[in-house]
Design a binder for this molecule. Structure first.
Ligand code: SAH
Ligand code: SF4
Ligand code: F3S
Length: 440
């Protein structure tokens, strides 16, 4: 009997890449490939890459350098690059690293099996087309039986916003929403496999406007309400939203939909109107704060998360202080902050950035403030009750780990039988990145 071929996928970047990696593994599974965690065992290695910042893109080349050594020992090994670096750089990747056999952009994954066949035959295999058809319609909808209790579901792809710093509109293409009927059937299948929480994904997820099951168009709130009716599904989340696409029905859902979790990632990038304008964000700091106020009026315990960029071209100390002021006004439970990275092909890349040491200093000051807010939010959980979806065993024996309503990691002494279920807990201790709790 011949051994099945083995596939190793390494994923970088955002949750949409995580979702795509699973779909690619399933597509190759239908071709007889089994997945392995060990690159040295693999016949095919796929890097699903991210192009968002220079560091993310460079990581791919250092990994490819290591894989080249592996390939020298195992000539049958095929190496593929998928994701946003594949889309942005295309054939250049093969020129820069000849060990690469295959390059496939994020909108062409349904053609992956064919590309692998070509690569195996020693032919050039490159596809960075952005065809009109929905790649997911052409990918097998299998999903492994041992699904984790929390799953991602991509509902919308691409971005039409063109923030001046961002590569996503170029690497992922125009905004496309998947039809609601297809999403509901995928959600039902997930729940049938034990999934209890679904996070709806999109680069601009709240811009979702998909075909409704019986004509018409659904908003993200419509989709959430339809998911709310799926028995066995207990939690719904969505990410990432843009402030300008927050419609009234979505704000209202935070007040009335019990399955919608009180955690929201809502990037603002900067607190300076001047910089927001230069970033082409098309909203002011005050509009963002007003939106947060409305969301908190709907759901007072909402935990907020955000993304920030410091050192955008032209950012002055006064602009940066506006960002600090906005952070103080809003109060985040969690946040991601980055030094601006000039990306080839984006409008902002034409302009001179701020000096390195200035950007580094601002990032450090911003992270000190955000870190203090996160610690305060963690501390504020002590003594409070929350639900936890137990996902896996903890580090200590007899312990399970899961996520709170607010997406915080929680460690609880609990029987193994609770794995994959939602239970009520009371928080006993707060650490910077996790909570300890007991069952109630
Ligand atoms: N669609 C999401 C963001 C996707 S990228 C949104 O609109 O919010 C995730 C985060 O990476 C962004 O929110 C931004 O903070 C950061 N980012 C994007 N491009 C960047 C760049 N050129 N330099 C530094 N950070 C960047
Ligand atoms: Fe990038 Fe802006 Fe689109 Fe987000 S909204 S993906 S930051 S262009
Ligand atoms: Fe990165 Fe592409 Fe996601 S650039 S953040 S992997 S959309």
């Amino acid at each position: 009997m011949t051994q099945p071929k083995k596939l190793h996928v390494k994923t970088y970047g955002c949750q949409m890449n995580v979702y795509d990696s699973e779909r690619m593994a399933e597509a190759m599974g239908a071709q007889g490939y089994v997945q392995t965690d060990r690159p040295e065992e693999a016949d095919l290695i796929l890097l699903n890459t991210c192009h968002i910042r220079e560091k993310a893109a460079e990581k791919v080349y250092s990994e490819l350098g290591r894989l080249k050594v592996l390939k020298a020992e195992k000539p049958g090994l095929r190496i593929g690059v998928a994701g946003c670096v594949a889309q942005a750089e295309g054939a250049e990747i093969m020129a820069r690293q000849p060990a690469v056999d295959l390059v496939v952009g994020p909108q062409a994954y349904h053609r992956l099996p064919d590309l692998v066949r070509r690569a195996e035959a020693g032919e050039a295999a490159l596809d960075t087309d952005m065809p009109d058809e929905d790649k997911f319609e052409h990918l097998p909808q299998l999903r492994t039986p041992a699904a984790k209790p929390a799953a991602f579901l991509t509902v919308q792809e691409g971005c039409d916003k063109f923030c001046a710093f961002c590569v996503v509109p170029y690497t992922r293409g125009a905004e496309v929403s998947r039809p609601a009927a297809r999403l509901l059937s995928e959600a039902r299948a997930l729940v049938g496999r034990g999934v209890r929480e679904i996070t709806l994904l999109g680069q601009n997820v709240n811009a979702y406007h998909g075909d409704a099951p019986d004509g018409g168009t659904w908003s993200l709130a419509d989709l959430i309400w339809a998911l709310d009716r799926i028995e066995g599904l207990e939690r719904i989340r969505f990410t990432t939203s843009h402030p300008n696409d927050f419609s009234d029905d979505l704000i209202a859902a935070h007040a009335t939909c019990a399955k919608l979790m009180p955690y929201l990632h809502l990037p603002v990038q900067s607190g300076s109107d001047r910089i927001l304008k230069a970033m082409n964000r098309k909203h002011t700091a005050a509009a963002y704060v007003a939106l947060i106020d409305r969301l908190r009026a709907a759901r007072p315990d909402l935990l907020l998360s955000g993304d920030f960029i410091v050192g955008f071209p032209g950012e002055t100390e006064a602009d940066f202080e506006d960002t600090l002021r906005l952070v103080e006004r809003v109060g985040y439970g969690q946040a991601y902050s980055f030094r601006y990275s000039a990306r080839p092909g984006t409008p902002a890349a034409e302009k001179p950035g701020v000096p390195d040491e200035v950007a580094a200093d601002r990032l450090q000051r911003l992270q000190a403030l955000l870190g203090a807010q996160q610690r305060a939010a963690q501390e504020a959980m002590v003594g409070r009750e929350t639900s936890v979806l137990f996902e896996k065993a903890g580090r200590l024996p007899g312990q399970l780990v899961g996520k709170s309503d607010y997406l915080q990691a929680v460690h609880v002494t609990a029987p193994d039988s609770l794995k994959g279920t939602v239970a009520r807990v009371r928080v006993t201790e707060a650490k910077a990145n996790s909570l300890a709790a007991e069952l109630v």
